[in-house]
Design a protein around this ligand. Structure first.
Ligand code: YNC
Ligand code: MG
Length: 388
């Protein structure tokens, strides 16, 4: 049972498939004067802080909390290691609210012990474009787990989202909560198989030697698609048109305007990489691919401390086959020294995963909406949304 989640306006397990329940908001917005004006109460030793992520010192504290306490795999071999530059990028998109970058610290020492964030986004659900909060980076220090701090943090971020007259949210988690709108899977493409095997990320296949494995995953040194190049600032209008048109086919998708595309997709060193295909004849932008950089700390290995991972972000093919486009993405990732290229089975990704030698990961990623009901869960291929 879910003592907290049962009290929240989210799809409940008992309602899955219930045709008499309408799709859309579960609760109507309240007048802003009825939104609680004071923060929720914390246990006595702790207090709320709003984190100024522009400040080098605060950004470092957030970085340290997450580096030591954020998401690990089931076997506790790896832990996400979001960089400070990445956190600044993830937390300051167009129209962001500082008040949604929420910390909990120890009153006496000011030490940061918990964190949760929201950023605004427009998400289209079927024909309905809804302004939502994307909630991410929920983290409680390992020493404060299982004390029901997480529900207080979720209620506090919800209150601050409501204060901006926003009533829906989107989030992903590895755990099952009431109720996923979709359940996706990560796939992994080895770029540096020897290191991945040495650190226990992958295993040598049956009847495989190390040298055969290295050969299997070998990639050419240069990309093959004519006109394949990095995205630049002047490409923003064309990329926005390409993406908007592509994303219109999915049941749930992000709604991006030019400002969003400039923020989320213009290349930022060690944070996000974007490439496109400019037709050598017409100079038309016909295809696009992107990935973000999220290393993991390798826990307890003598030889290696970090795994450099690229995560597939938004990809669009109109002229170049998606398979060839993504193979070029693998080639640039390999050239930039990534160890592994990860992709969810969202959008049209299933059409290239097996062929490009991605293998299925263990563990699922569940997508959720807050205060918005869908009658039935979606297939991953109906999702046009990637959260960081
Ligand atoms: C989770 N990931 O079920 P029930 S993902 C949501 N998302 O409640 P306690 C979660 N809820 O079941 P702990 C959750 N994990 O009794 C647990 N819960 O109803 C629920 N891990 O609280 C859980 N980061 O404080 C239970 O648990 C209740 O001390 C238990 O803290 C949990 O960012 C956590 O995986 C996750 O740091 C903070 O384990 C802690 O264990 C931790 O006793 C490692 O909490 C890092 C980690 C989660 C990454 C993420 C998305 C978060 C979404 C939150 C929900 C947002 C809702 C929308 C709000 C805006 C609405 C508007 C408008
Ligand atoms: Mg707790």
């Amino acid at each position: 049972t879910h003592k907290f989640w049962e009290t929240q306006p989210v799809g409940q397990f008992k309602d899955i498939g219930n045709a008499s329940l309408a799709e859309g908001p579960i609760e109507q917005p309240a007048p802003l004067s009825e939104v609680k004006q004071e923060p929720y109460n914390l246990p006595n030793l702790y207090e709320w802080i709003t984190c100024d992520i522009d400040s080098e010192e605060t950004c470092m504290e957030v970085y340290n909390l997450l580096t030591n306490n954020y998401v690990e795999d089931d076997e506790n071999m790896f832990r996400f290691n979001y960089s400070k530059e990445f956190l600044r990028w993830a937390l300051r998109p167009p129209g962001y609210f500082k008040s949604w970058h929420i910390g909990v610290c120890v009153k006496s020492s000011k030490k940061l012990v918990a964190f949760i964030t929201g950023v605004p986004a427009r998400i289209r659900v079927r024909d309905d474009i809804v302004t939502m909060a994307e909630i991410n980076f929920l983290c409680v220090h390992k020493k404060l787990r299982s004390k029901r701090l997480a529900p207080v943090m979720i209620k506090e971020v919800t209150r601050r989202v409501h204060l901006e007259n926003i009533w829906q949210a989107a989030y992903t988690a590895g755990v099952v909560l009431p109720t996923p709108i979709s359940t996706c899977q990560y796939w992994h493409r080895s770029l540096n198989p020897k290191k991945l095997i040495d650190v226990g990320f992958s295993r040598l296949g049956a009847r495989m030697t190390m040298s055969r494995t290295i050969k299997l995953y070998k990639l050419p040194d240069s990309t093959v698609t004519p006109g394949f190049r990095q995205m630049e600032l002047h490409d923003v209008p064309a990329v926005t048109r390409l993406l908007r048109n592509y994303l219109s086919q999915f049941a749930v998708a992000v709604d991006l305007d030019e400002n969003d595309v400039e923020h989320w997709l213009l290349p930022t060193e060690n944070v996000v990489d974007s490439y496109l295909v400019e037709s050598p004849e017409t100079h038309e932008i016909t295809d696009f691919c992107s990935f973000y950089t999220l290393p993991s700390t390798i826990l307890g290995n003598q030889n290696y401390s970090t795994l450099k991972a690229a995560y597939s972000y938004y990809n669009v093919s109109t002229k170049t086959p998606l398979l060839q486009l993504m193979n070029d993405a693998l080639i640039v990732a390999k050239r930039k020294d990534y160890d592994v290229f990860n992709a969810l089975d969202v959008m049209q990704n299933e059409t290239f995963l097996k062929e490009l030698k991605f293998g299925p990961g263990d563990g699922k990623l569940h997508y959720y909406l807050y205060n918005y009901r869908l009658r039935n869960p979606l297939k991953p291929s109906e999702l046009g949304l990637v959260l960081l």
